[in-house]
Structure formats: structure tokens, C-alpha cells
Design a protein around this ligand. Structure first.
Ligand code: AMP
Ligand code: GLY
Length: 414
């Protein structure tokens, strides 16, 4: 199988490692890729958000399967353009990716499908926002209605800050605060059949103890030793199947990766958000434990034959991923600082670049991540932090507490 992978982040590097390790894959091409992906794939330049350019590249390289990593190309309709060429594509149509692209649309689908989620209202004016904030009370949750690379959400007790965020966004969704530990559940689906991966947890805030602003994600671990028994089955039955049915009924079946972000509240699991693609950095941790060949799984989803795919198999134990971010992230980011020590297995590139002289440098906010595995979370954490301790980046920063509360048994369910 010849596979074309679209994207250039840490998620795509993790996907590339798993795809390259699948014996059915005899050629892996990534576009545009990054210096880490270059070690396992042939890189081609492309504007990932240009549907015709991606489809033309898929034809040119003779791809049997195209895997689209990030949300922006999906929302732009890249999967539609690839399928129009008769090539199998893992990723939802532009119409189905609106599940991530518009928070209002996602709420509408959840209401129609009776999926448990936070009560919410879409607001277009400051007066509407103020009324909604007072209706729900603190902590206030204000979300940019469109795509915002994980940074469009403000959760705060400060009413003025909530109002100011709304004003900077235009149309927003204001919603009820959901209290309880968060879960990221990734579901591979062909639109009808659906297969869950191991549940994971990510760390959205920049600082230890969940201090500071939200980021694209500073670390993750899987699986979740504290998860209530039956959690995954319950989410498949109460959230995933009704959502897939609703999307089919609307004439926009969802094919690809449905990312269900949940809070485990006192009244059970409730959806915080849907995404239309693998999460980053949870993918790095989850795929480190998957032993089922990835290309075969994604091909089955892309071609409507997931029901015939064998059950997934997993390594025992746990995986922990810690993100190294550049100076200033998430407010700003600093590019050009030299990275040393990154040529080790388990190091996943995101915002890196290679200079003409061959140096590896930072080229973005989230620069790379280190993934460790082990028989339990304590040892997986040790492996990830040991890997990171061998890497230098001026001004680089990372959280010290990824997976710590879970490893110490300190996560409690409401
Ligand atoms: P989102 O982009 O919707 O995933 O939001 C980013 C983060 O904000 C989530 O991972 C949560 O930590 C937090 N968040 C979003 N919505 C809520 C909510 N209704 N209640 C509590 N926390 C939320
Ligand atoms: N880890 C959060 C995301 O991918 O949106």
C-alpha cells in the first residue's frame, strides 16, 4: 500500500511512525511533513489546505490511501477532493468536519442526537454574552465559534475577562461549566461501524498544576487507571453511535477519526467538544501502545469495511507524552533556537526545522514531544522525562506533572 499523509505536526509524526511500521505499507509519502517525519517518509511540498493541490499530489504519487492529520484541511474539503479522484481517504468530508469547525453546529447535532453535553447559547452581541454569563454563573466558559487551534476557549472566574474574550472573537458560544476529570476518546469510524482507541487525558494549560492559559496541549497519557469501569462502552452507546446516526441522517456521514472530549461529571460523562481528527499530543501516547497495524485499520475505515476488521490489540502498560514548547508559548513563540539531543527514539517532532547547515532548530510553539512507555504510569513518566532531560533548547519549557496525579492515584470522580 502506498500512503500519503497530510500535515506537519507532532500528531503527523506519530502517525507516520505507526504507518511506516505497518508491513502492508511499502511507501510512505508525507506532505509537507517535518524533519522528524523525513526519517520515515519521503517529503513533498503541498499547501495542505488546498483541496485540489492535495488531490493532485495523491494522484501523482499513486496513493492507495490518503490520511489527513489536521483540522484545517478537513474543514477546507481536502477529503472530498481526494475521494473525487477515486482514492480512499481517512478523514471526514468538509460537511462532516463542521462538527469541529463550528461549535454551534456541534451543539445542534448533540441536541438532535440527545448526547449529554453542557448547556450552551450562541451569542453575537456583548449584551447577549453578558446575559448568558449571568445565567450560567461562574466559572465562565466562552468559546470562539470557529477553529482556533485549541486556543479559542477561555474558562475563568473573572467576568470581565470572559466578556473581553467574547469581544475579541465575534460570535461565541457561552456554556455551562462541567466539573470533573477530562477524557479524550478517539474513535475510528467508517460512518457506521466504530472502534474506540484507548482513552487518554491531555493537559491543556501551559503550567504545572493547570496554571496559566490554554494551549494546543502540553502532554498526555494513556490509558486512564482511574476511569470508571464501562466508561468506553457507555460513551460509545450514549455519544458515538447517536452522533454517527445523526450525521448519516443529515446526509453527511462522518468517516475518519471522531475525537470525543469529555468531562466525567457527577451526572456521568458529558461531551466538552468534538474534533474531526486525532488529538495532539494524545495521539503520541495512544499510538505508542497500539500494536494493530495502523494503515490497515485506517484503510478499513476509509473504505467502509471497518466491521470486518479484527479487534485492536494493545501493548500492556502505559504511555506518557511530554511536550517541549519554545520560549513565550502560548502567548508568542520563538523560532531559531538550536535543539540538541533530539535524535532519539520516542522523540516526536512538531515545530522543528532543519537549517542549511543541518542544525535542528525550533520553528513554532510546540517544538517536540517525548514519549515514554512502561509497565505503569510511574515508569512511563520516568522514561518520558529521562528522554526530555537529554534535550536542550534555549528558553524551552515543559510541564513536570504530566500524568502525575493519575500515577499517584489522586484523580477522584465527582
Ligand atoms: P475545547 O477547545 O472546547 O476543548 O476547550 C478547551 C478546554 O477548555 C477543554 O479541554 C476544557 O479543559 C475547557 N473547557 C471547555 N469547555 C468547558 C466546559 N463546558 N466546562 C469546563 N471546562 C471546559
Ligand atoms: N489535545 C487537544 C487537541 O488535539 O485538540
Amino acid at each position: 500500500m502506498r500512503v500519503l499523509l497530510i500535515g506537519n505536526g507532532g500528531r503527523e509524526h506519530a502517525l507516520a511512525l505507526s504507518l511506516a511500521a505497518d508491513p502492508a505499507v511499502h511507501q510512505l509519502i508525507a506532505a509537507p511533513g517535518n524533519p522528524g517525519i523525513a526519517a520515515v517518509a519521503e517529503l513533498r511540498p503541498v499547501t495542505a489546505t488546498d483541496p485540489q493541490a492535495v488531490a493532485a499530489l495523491a494522484v501523482e504519487v499513486g496513493a492507495d490511501l490518503v490520511v489527513v492529520g489536521p483540522e484545517a484541511p478537513l474543514v477546507a474539503g481536502v477529503a472530498d477532493a481526494v475521494r473525487a479522484k477515486g482514492i480512499a481517504c481517512f478523514g471526514p468530508s468538509g460537511a462532516a468536519a463542521v462538527l469541529e469547525g463550528s461549535k454551534t453546529f456541534a451543539k445542534d447535532v448533540m441536541t438532535a442526537a440527545r448526547v449529554p453535553t453542557a448547556r450552551a447559547v450562541t451569542c453575537g452581541t456583548p449584551d447577549e454574552v453578558a446575559a448568558a454569563l449571568d445565567d450560567f454563573g461562574a466559572p465562565y466558559v466562552v468559546k470562539n465559534d470557529g477553529l482556533a487551534a485549541g486556543k479559542g476557549v477561555v474558562v475563568t472566574d473573572d467576568r470581565a475577562a470572559a466578556l473581553a474574550h467574547a469581544e475579541s472573537c465575534g460570535q461565541v458560544v457561552v456554556e455551562e461549566y462541567l466539573a470533573g476529570p477530562e477524557v479524550s476518546l478517539f474513535v475510528v469510524t467508517d460512518g457506521v461501524a466504530a472502534v474506540p482507541l484507548l482513552p487518554a487525558q491531555d493537559f491543556k494549560r501551559v503550567g504545572d498544576g493547570d496554571a496559566g492559559p490554554n494551549t494546543g496541549g502540553m502532554g498526555a497519557y494513556a490509558p486512564l487507571p482511574w476511569a470508571p469501569p464501562g466508561l468506553v462502552d457507555q460513551v460509545m452507546a450514549d455519544v458515538v453511535q447517536p452522533t454517527l446516526t445523526e450525521m448519516r441522517d443529515r446526509g453527511t456521514p462522518f468517516v475518519g477519526l471522531l475525537y470525543v472530549g469529555l468531562a466525567i461529571t457527577a451526572t456521568g460523562p458529558r461531551v466538552i467538544e468534538f474534533n474531526a481528527r486525532f488529538g495532539d499530543p494524545e495521539t503520541q501516547a495512544v499510538l505508542a501502545l497500539l500494536t494493530t497495524p495502523l494503515a490497515g485499520l485506517l484503510y478499513a475505515a476509509a473504505t467502509g469495511s471497518l466491521a470486518d476488521h479484527p479487534p485492536l490489540s494493545w501493548r500492556d502498560g502505559a504511555a506518557v507524552t511530554v511536550v517541549l514548547a519554545s520560549a513565550g508559548y502560548p502567548t508568542t513563540s520563538r523560532s531559531g533556537d538550536v535543539i540538541t539531543g533530539a535524535e532519539q527514539p520516542g522523540v516526536i517532532h512538531a515545530g522543528t526545522a532543519r537549517t542549511e547547515s543541518g542544525d535542528l532548530v525550533a520553528a513554532g510553539g510546540r517544538v517536540l514531544s517525548a514519549t515514554g512507555t512502561g509497565p505503569d504510569l510511574i515508569q512511563a513518566r520516568e522514561a518520558a522525562y529521562r528522554l526530555l532531560s537529554g534535550i536542550t533548547l534555549a528558553g524551552g519549557h515543559y510541564r513536570r506533572d504530566i500524568g502525575l496525579a493519575a500515577a499517584q492515584g489522586r484523580i477522584t470522580l465527582p
